[in-house]
Design a protein around this ligand. Sequence first.
Ligand SMILES: Nc1nc2c(c(=O)[nH]1)N[C@H]1C(S)=C(S)[C@@H](COP(=O)(O)OP(=O)(O)OC[C@H]3O[C@@H](n4cnc5c(N)ncnc54)[C@H](O)[C@@H]3O)O[C@H]1N2
Ligand code: MOO
Length: 430
Amino acid sequence: MVERRQPIWVKDAVDKVMQWKKRGEVEWISIDDCEGLFLAEPLNADHDVPPFNRSPYDGFAIRSEDTQTASREQPLKLSVIDEIGAGQVSRKIVGENQAVRIMTGAALPAGTDAVIMLELVKEERLENHNFIWIKRRVDKDENVSFQGEDAQKGEVLLKKGTYINPGVKALLATFGYHRVPVSKKPVIGIIATGSELLKIDEPLLPGKIRNSNGYMIEAQIKRAGGSVIKYQNCADDLESLHTAVQKAMDECDAVITTGGVSVGDFDYLPEVYRRLKADILFNKIAMRPGSVTSVAVSNEKLLFGLSGNPSACYVGFELYVRPVIRYWLHSSRPFLRAGQAFLKSDFPKSNPFNRFVRSKTTFEGGTIHVHPVGLDKSSVVTSLSLADCLMVLPGGTRGYRKGDLVDVLFLDDQTGSEEPWKEKPRSSRL
Ligand SMILES: Nc1nc2c(c(=O)[nH]1)N[C@H]1C(S)=C(S)[C@@H](COP(=O)(O)OP(=O)(O)OC[C@H]3O[C@@H](n4cnc5c(N)ncnc54)[C@H](O)[C@@H]3O)O[C@H]1N2
Ligand code: MOO
């Protein structure tokens, strides 16, 4: 008799998995290696930025009060008493009708309160001394970048859990963080199961296929920020599968298997869970693809049984494994970022389960549209290479029409979301 499995809702499945989430241990790593990770401590400004009033232009630092009567008809002559570049500080105190030649980024000399650009003055050299002529009034504070205008000492600049993108890295460097607090990466093991699987460099043989899921999952783990141990492909043999899973569970923080999780004669993972005395959180979800996605817990570690079908495997990873990795890394937004888009074409196929369709978004006339890519079957792999999002179509008895507003989950977005996608009430579709 085939085992009858009871499907659960996606949100319940996510909640069950997230009950086992853990934060990784914090370590301080070189700033050179921190992008793509998450700040494990908040970043506070311990000084002002800029740290001094500075010139935003190449020009002359002057006293605005000297220029009050300057005009085309009555130009003002100033004596240039010093010259400074960025990184230099003038020791002079600028007095009445004096100026300092200053370059972009240099600190304003004492006594000055404005800068006039090089292009706006006429220069003159008389008896080995430089003078400038100014033909207009310059206001106090004109062309000055003020101390603290960018960030003020004591300010919280970045919250804990912030994704480290190039802008965040610039901020870390501004405050001298040559070492950055991040989480150690979780080590995730991958075991591809199935006697049909060939290694990548083997030629095709009758009835056999190459193990694409192993490579796909490896890339998904890395995109999420985890590190990978890839185990050898495991044939459909209970003893060797049990041994391989046990070894991987001992060596890794979590393990992903792909294939062998359904109800077929050679689908041995349910038996492996029993042998490991693992708690099965669920083994059927009301979603397509990936309905067979199973998750078990053994020794407080998560064991993800993803489908062998490539698209089902992919979606199972993004919905259930990704948030666990991102949470481990201290992300404050571990779930896929959600948005909404207008369906670009009819999607007539109905399904009682929520559907996560590999899709692509486009911007047209100021609005975002979404359309499915490739064949909508869980066994296909080509659509995965084209998708930038999963379109979420809640289950029901009828399909969807062009122009319907639908939820989408962005796949390449690093921002993420604090909350997982939640099933909407289905009444309008039933
Ligand atoms: N009687 C039933 N049959 C099936 C059911 C069901 O409920 N009752 N569920 C179907 C659904 S839905 C899915 S999804 C698949 C899932 O099966 P498994 O997760 O056990 O995966 P396998 O049977 O091992 O493989 C499925 C498919 O994927 C290919 N595969 C496997 N591993 C890889 C890999 N590493 N790289 C690329 N492709 C892989 C495999 O050759 C099969 O074609 O079960 C349905 N059946
Ligand atoms: O788990 Mo299956 O992917 O629904 O075809």
